[in-house]
Design a binder for this molecule. Structure first.
Ligand code: NZQ
Ligand code: ZN
Length: 387
């Protein structure tokens, strides 16, 4: 088990009827907020009204930056930065899923920066300061509500890149599972896959595999996600299932998921970011395509011990040290994804072999920026398994 330093400053307010606490929390950070949200789901499910009522009751003024798209884009971030400055806001309140939170984080550091906010994404500049962000989460998946990262696509260059800074941790995140009752079933499925991948990246790439506590943490998170997703598929209004799902997704990327691991690489995420940069597909869907290919690639290299451990501890498949059992485990994972309705072949998502070179080149640029050890040949091999 490797040494680590862990600090997560985000205050979490979790449970039923908690969204109305936003005004009181916001008041601690100033008198005017920029509310950031997406294309309107929060107006349909009532969350917008609860948030704005609470702000008014607490005397917090607000401006609105709406229309954040899934896989948020740089041009819209820049509009948010200008609006924040023009309205002289003190804080940002992100109301939505990962895209809304991530765009808010990019705005929060962009308002203090003279240059192009994209400089932070290409590591040309370092984030020194950010305005406070508060979150009302409506889609559990990315963990952005309690982590220091954000992902934005530069739609001109087709680069889906990220920023990371301690300044980007939300100050407060409100998680009311009932806000997720209105989620379309496919968004719940994408969220489950994304959260499973957040814990799996470290599990499958750590160079130190003797870290029992983190392994067991991961088994618990994934088993809970599988169980709660199945309950939600049967009854989308099952509060306790929604609650377990929501909290698991936060735990899956709040920093604890890789403590003690060594030299981990976000391989599936790098390749997926290229898919959603080029084809604008949902992040969780893209991961559902890449992950089985990555596991088959590991098996082809004879590196399947972790797959056997995953199979035994999560899916109850007896670890008999055989390659066939590892393949069976991958097959079960793929079957579960398909049961959730995910099309996990590239061609089913209109992504064809003729583009593999383009995808690989895009992935290599991001992978190299993140410092990975994969080559073009590796990426092509992974894609080939899922064509
Ligand atoms: O636009 P609105 O109307 O808000 O609708 C959204 C959107 O269409 C809808 N939605 C959200 N909550 C809802 C709802 N619909 C009904 N009821 C609700 N309660 O869901 C759609 C997808 O929303 P989005 O925010 O895009 O999804 P998600 O939370 O999966 O975020 C994905 C983005 O986060 C990035 C991804 O790459 C992608 O850009 N990630 C961020 C990470 C981070 N910051 O740590 C890590 C992840 O690995 C990931 O890369
Ligand atoms: Zn992810």
């Amino acid at each position: 088990m490797e040494n680590f330093i862990y600090s997560n400053p985000t205050k979490i307010i979790f449970g039923k009827n908690t969204v109305s606490r936003i005004g009181k929390e916001a008041l601690k950070f100033g008198k005017k907020a920029l509310i950031v949200y997406g294309k309107g789901s929060i107006k349909k499910n009532g969350v917008y009204d609860t948030v704005t009522d609470s702000l008014r009751k607490n005397g917090v003024d607000f401006a609105e930056h709406s229309g954040v798209k899934p896989n948020p884009v740089l041009s819209h971030v820049k509009e948010g930065i200008e609006l924040f400055k023009k309205e002289k806001c003190d804080m940002i309140i992100a109301v939505g899923g990962g895209s809304v939170i991530d765009e808010s984080k990019a705005v929060s550091c962009g308002v203090f920066y003279e240059g192009d906010v994209w400089d932070f994404f290409i590591e040309k500049a370092e984030i020194q300061k950010a305005v406070p962000i508060l979150v009302v989460l409506t889609l559990p998946a990315t963990g952005s509500e309690a982590n220091s990262g954000a992902v934005v696509t530069n739609e001109k260059t087709l680069q889906k890149y990220s920023i990371h800074s301690y300044h980007l941790f939300p100050k407060v995140s409100i998680l009311d599972p009932s806000t997720t009752f209105s989620l379309p079933i496919e968004q719940t499925a994408y969220g489950a896959v994304d959260a499973i991948l957040h814990v799996s990246e470290g599990f499958f790439t750590t160079k130190d595999t003797d870290c029992v506590i983190t392994d067991n943490y991961i088994y618990g998170v994934i088993k809970t996600l599988i169980n709660s997703t199945e309950r939600i598929m049967k009854d989308p209004k099952d509060y306790n299932a929604r609650a377990s799902f929501m909290w698991s997704a936060t735990l899956a990327l709040n920093g604890q998921q890789a403590l003690g691991y060594k030299g981990i690489e976000f391989v599936n995420h790098v390749i997926e970011h290229s898919l959603s940069a080029i084809y604008d597909i949902p992040h969780g869907l893209g991961l559902g395509v890449v992950f089985p290919g990555f596991l088959k690639y590991l098996i082809s290299k004879g590196e399947y011990e972790r797959i056997l451990e995953f199979g035994e501890n999560i899916l109850g498949i007896k670890n008999d040290s055989r390659k066939e059992t590892a393949l069976k485990t991958v097959n079960e994972i793929e079957n579960w994804f398909r049961k959730l309705g995910l099309k996990n072949k590239l061609s089913e998502n209109s992504i064809f072999e003729k583009d593999f070179e383009k995808i690989t080149k895009n992935a290599m640029e991001l992978g190299n920026l993140w410092g990975w050890s994969y080559t073009e040949k590796d990426v092509i091999e992974i894609l080939n398994y899922q064509k």
